[in-house]
Design a protein around this ligand. Sequence first.
Ligand SMILES: CCCCCCCCCC(=O)SCCNC(=O)CCNC(=O)[C@H](O)C(C)(C)COP(=O)(O)OP(=O)(O)OC[C@H]1O[C@@H](n2cnc3c(N)ncnc32)[C@H](O)[C@@H]1OP(=O)(O)O
Length: 180
Amino acid sequence: MPDDLAAPERAPSFPAPGGQLPQHWSKCFGCGDDQPAGMTMTFVAGEGLDVTGRLEVAKKYQGGPGVIHGGILTTAFDEAQGMACMSLGTAVVTGHLEVDFARPIPLGSVLEIHARIDGTVRRKVYTSAEARIVSGPTADPDAVVATSRALFLTVGAEHFEKVKNFVDGTPSSPFETSSV
Ligand SMILES: CCCCCCCCCC(=O)SCCNC(=O)CCNC(=O)[C@H](O)C(C)(C)COP(=O)(O)OP(=O)(O)OC[C@H]1O[C@@H](n2cnc3c(N)ncnc32)[C@H](O)[C@@H]1OP(=O)(O)O
């Protein structure tokens, strides 16, 4: 984490604390409601540059016997930290993401992921997050079961222009983060 982090302003377009965030793209594997294979994560805004996301750990997300696949958990962190970046009111993409898997997460768990922007340096957005099991066989809302840190880069419309021919569906986004 650099020493010269700036503290960005919360964008006026970001929902009020406790408000539900819109999906950033209906076909998104993480949050889209028009993606049958997806995780349909939901998010509410925090008081600052932060969100809390919810993931139901379905049987199809199994990795090791009885527990969530590490890649699915990594995807959930990617989505949550990306959604925290919605508080900037600017499109971002993931540049780097790392996860620490602290405890097993059984199938049937409901995970809450609290994600935030720690600060920015030019186009670089530094984020962090932690996951807790709030419902299910080993629920303990005080225990952190996994943590993540990620770097996002703000991008302009030209970033998505380059891939517009591969889009499945009609892009839509209240925050104009996925417009191509
Ligand atoms: C708000 C919307 C909500 C969205 C939620 C979405 C959740 C899901 C998000 C995703 O999964 S996005 C899909 C996965 N990610 C991608 O497809 C991105 C693929 N990579 C790229 O397109 C480019 O590599 C990228 C845009 C990330 C960076 O390329 P650029 O040419 O724009 O950046 P550039 O090389 O000029 O570097 C700018 C700065 O970032 C730094 N940087 C870039 N990539 C880095 C990296 N990987 N690690 C560390 N630093 C990195 C780089 O060193 C430099 O630092 P300085 O400003 O200090 O000079």
